[in-house]
Structures are given as structure tokens and as C-alpha cells.
Write a protein that binds this ligand. Structure first.
Ligand SMILES: [Zn+2]
Length: 118
């Protein structure tokens, strides 16, 4: 615990240590800007997760709210065990690749196996 950096956010630091150069806890990656939460929909890419967020937008013509879904790519350090269905907390950081400028800093809820099989 003492070896991980304080990233300035009220999130639990991972118990494991990693040597990822883009880890906010164990390397010099700074987090600044937005702090968002979303559901992890894919973890198949290496060190990356697809996080989906939902929002509503008012439609003037039909006078009702539309449900919108937005996906964003976030970097995942090897010290975090993230699975599909988890509610991830992502923080904005410098662009890590063409589409990745967010990094996963923690988890709000862990998807249980019983919930997924429903
Ligand atoms: Zn790490």
C-alpha cells in the first residue's frame, strides 16, 4: 500500500504492485480533468477496457427523453482486476493512445456471478 502513489482521488489503491509505465498508482501518469463512472462492457483488449455510460437527452419533436449510450476506452493497469459488468471509476489523463485518454482508477461495484447469469 505504501508503495503506491497518492493520486489525489478518494479511491482505494490496488493491493498488488505493477511495473506498467501508464499506471496512475505505480508510475508517473497524472490524472486530471473528468471523473466518470460506467459499466465495463469489454476487457478483451490488452490493458484496456470499454466503459459504457448512459445518459438521457430530451427530444423536442416527440417531447420525451431518449436514452443514449456512450462508450469510452480506458487504460487498465495490470494491478487492477477488472471484469465485464463491473462499475469502473475512470479518470481523465493525458492521451495514452489514439482513443485512450482515460484510466481506470477503481471500482464501484463488482459484478457477482449470480447477477451475470440472470
Ligand atoms: Zn499499478
Amino acid at each position: 500500500m505504501s508503495e503506491s502513489r497518492n493520486i489525489g482521488l478518494e479511491v482505494k489503491a490496488p493491493e498488488r504492485k505493477c511495473d506498467d509505465v501508464n499506471c496512475p498508482f505505480h508510475s508517473s501518469l497524472r490524472v486530471r480533468g473528468k471523473l466518470l463512472t460506467g459499466k465495463v462492457v469489454s476487457v478483451s483488449a490488452k490493458n484496456m477496457a470499454v466503459v459504457q455510460r448512459e445518459s438521457t437527452k430530451y427530444n423536442n419533436k416527440y417531447m420525451r427523453y431518449l436514452k443514449k449510450r456512450h462508450k469510452l476506452h480506458a487504460h487498465v493497469s495490470p494491478c487492477l482486476d477488472l471484469d465485464t459488468g463491473d462499475i469502473a471509476i475512470v479518470a481523465e489523463c493525458r492521451p495514452i493512445s489514439k482513443t485512450v485518454s482515460f484510466v481506470v482508477v477503481g471500482r464501484e461495484a463488482v459484478a457477482s456471478k449470480a447477477q451475470l447469469s440472470k
